[in-house]
Design a protein around this ligand. Structure first.
Ligand code: PGA
Length: 256
């Protein structure tokens, strides 16, 4: 049995005051949460403030990105050590908005970041998924296989247990075009099978695979009921406490 894991990716939204307000609302409503793992990913500018607010709560802090180097002359970047210093437990790696950003983030860079995050004790959430064009061309599995094998290169079966995979079809992110539970489950099952080939099935049974892409309170229930969907990575609907809490509550039904 895998406990659901739900993340709220605030992206480039929220000023200090707005972030504090949202974090307080979450903490006040989720103080008794035990069944699910919940993390939020505020922008770097408010990590410290949010960290103070959620310190003794079940809500954990996640960064939206980090650099692969320990430290150095990397203007504008942030290191794993800095994230730990501010109270982060998790870090998102390879979000599609970064894979297609400037500079573009490739699987090889994501793999370097993953190794650094693991070596420092951060829990990585590795994001991957196909574009609409790739799906239309029938290349979804090929794309996922490449992303998995390259980004997880040289990660052993102890460390893979610390990793969460977030399957986020690019065509579903921020579009309102959620994958159907069946479409998502097909890819989640494919990912779990791939991981079984790379590791072993006993280990892989414990790895959690989140779905992400236009999750809303009313579609989470059907998604979480799928065998291989272990939670959600939520963008837009995590910017409002009420909808994010409804999504977390929807995930609890998979435990009933
Ligand atoms: P969305 O974003 O829920 O707004 O589609 C998901 C994500 O980018 O992680």
């Amino acid at each position: 049995m895998r406990n659901p894991i739900i993340g709220g990716n605030w992206k480039m939204y929220k000023t200090i005051d707005e972030g504090i307000k949202l974090a307080k609302e979450l903490v006040n409503n989720l103080c008794d949460l035990t069944e699910c793992d919940v993390f939020i990913c505020p922008p770097f500018t408010i990590l410290e403030k949010v960290s103070e607010i959620i310190k003794n709560s079940p809500v954990k802090l996640c960064a939206q990105n980090m650099h692969w180097a320990e430290e150095g002359a990397y203007t504008g970047e942030i290191s794993a050590k800095m994230l730990l210093d501010v109270g982060c437990k998790y870090v998102l790696l390879g979000h599609s908005e970064r894979r297609r950003g400037e500079p573009q983030e490739f699987d090889e860079i994501i793999n370097k970041k993953l190794k650094m995050a693991l070596s420092k004790g951060l829990l990585p959430v590795v994001c991957l998924g196909e574009t609409r064009k790739e799906r239309k061309e029938g290349r979804t599995e090929e794309v996922i296989k490449k992303q998995i094998t390259h980004s997880l290169r040289e990660i052993d079966k102890i460390d893979i247990l610390k990793v969460t995979i977030a399957y986020e079809p690019v065509w579903a992110i921020g579009t309102g075009d959620t994958a159907t539970p069946e479409q998502a489950e097909d890819v989640h099952m494919y990912i779990r099978n791939l991981l079984s080939q790379l590791y072993n099935s006993e280990v892989v049974e414990k790895v959690r695979i989140q779905y992400g892409g236009s999750i809303k309170p009313d579609n989470m229930k059907d998604l979480i009921m799928q065998d291989n969907i272990d939670g959600g990575l939520v963008g837009g609907a995590s910017l409002n406490a009420e909808s994010f809490i409804k999504i977390i509550n929807a995930c609890k039904i998979s435990l009933a």
